[in-house]
Write a protein that binds this ligand. Structure first.
Ligand SMILES: [Zn+2]
Length: 300
């Protein structure tokens, strides 16, 4: 993209017809004056019509036609930065649409409850909600259940591992922005602490829980993965209640159980360990996507 205008970033939305009247007019005026953007728009119109055509044929869009458009684009522009950007942007219409609205809705509800609660409780509500939102989003990210076109996509030049990573960046980035926006919003109304502290409170648990949900979704399916992640997260809430001593001292036979729960609660507070585990789980997810690739290659 050689055009430096901010409006160039709106071209995919202009092509998809999803801009408001004011932005649409601004882009149209810029297009009349900018040949770079006209060429760029032609590409996005190709992508938009490929997605629309696919939409009429399948219950969910398949990446195949988009990939075909991408190959054309890659031939025109060799820059790896542009290729990465196009691959990322192409995932936006391809991931399950409810991820965007459902995540924002749950996060907004969390904010509302946090603001109504007030005091120090509002921070812990955001800390409790943000990781769950990301985990549910990543559980819906990838796999035959979420993506009827995936098997076909495996035959295209974009490898499943690249598709997985691109979707991961897009959806996880979206969840990070939602989490930061929620933290800023709540602290603006309820001055319950420092912004950095609040963000650090959910950042590592979010990375671990959502990476775990992604791997689980590839093994046991999206619905089961969301349930499992939610149970683990609720157990953490109960265990940290124990840890802070809100329940009385245990009798001897229960001591081992309580120690285990306390260790479990401790795990969720070990930032470094959580990030390390999240990275390991992402490596597993990429390996699983690569395995799917090989299985299909063997079948062919
Ligand atoms: Zn331009």
């Amino acid at each position: 993209m050689s055009c430096r205008s901010k409006l160039a970033e709106l071209l995919p939305f202009y092509a998809a017809g999803s801009l408001g009247e004011e932005e649409r007019r601004a882009v149209a005026a810029h297009l009349a004056a900018c040949a770079d953007c006209r060429a760029e728009l032609a590409f996005w119109q190709e992508v938009a019509s490929a997605v629309a055509a696919e939409d009429r044929l399948l219950p969910a869009p398949s990446p195949v036609l988009v990939d075909r458009a991408l190959v054309g684009a890659q031939r025109r522009r060799a820059s790896p930065f542009v290729r990465a950007w196009v691959l990322l942007a192409a995932q936006v219409p391809l991931v399950r649409r409810e991820i965007w609205s459902a995540s924002a809705l749950v996060m907004a509800l969390g904010c509302l409850i946090a603001i109504l609660q007030g005091g120090s409780a509002s921070a812990s509500i955001i800390e409790a909600v943000a990781p769950v939102v990301a985990a549910a989003g990543l559980a819906m990210l990838y796999g035959p259940e979420s993506d009827p076109g995936l098997e076909l996509a495996l035959a295209t030049p974009t490898s499943p591992r690249q598709v997985l990573l691109a979707r991961l960046v897009v959806v996880y980035g979206y969840d990070l922005i939602l989490g930061v926006a929620a933290s800023v919003g709540v602290l603006a109304v309820v001055p319950a602490g420092l912004l950095g502290q609040l963000i650090l409170g959910w950042l590592a648990p979010m990375a671990f829980l959502s990476a775990l949900a992604l791997v689980l979704s590839m093994v046991i399916g999206t619905g089961n993965a969301i349930t499992a992640a939610l149970m683990l997260w609720l157990a953490r809430g109960l265990a940290s209640g124990l840890r802070m001593g809100t329940m009385g001292p245990p009798a001897a036979p229960e001591a081992a159980f309580v120690a285990a729960l306390q260790a479990y609660a401790g795990l969720w507070q070990s930032t470094g360990l959580l990030f390390a585990l999240a990275a390991a789980l992402l490596a597993v997810a990429v390996a699983l996507a690569g395995q799917g690739e090989r299985l299909v290659a063997q079948k062919a």
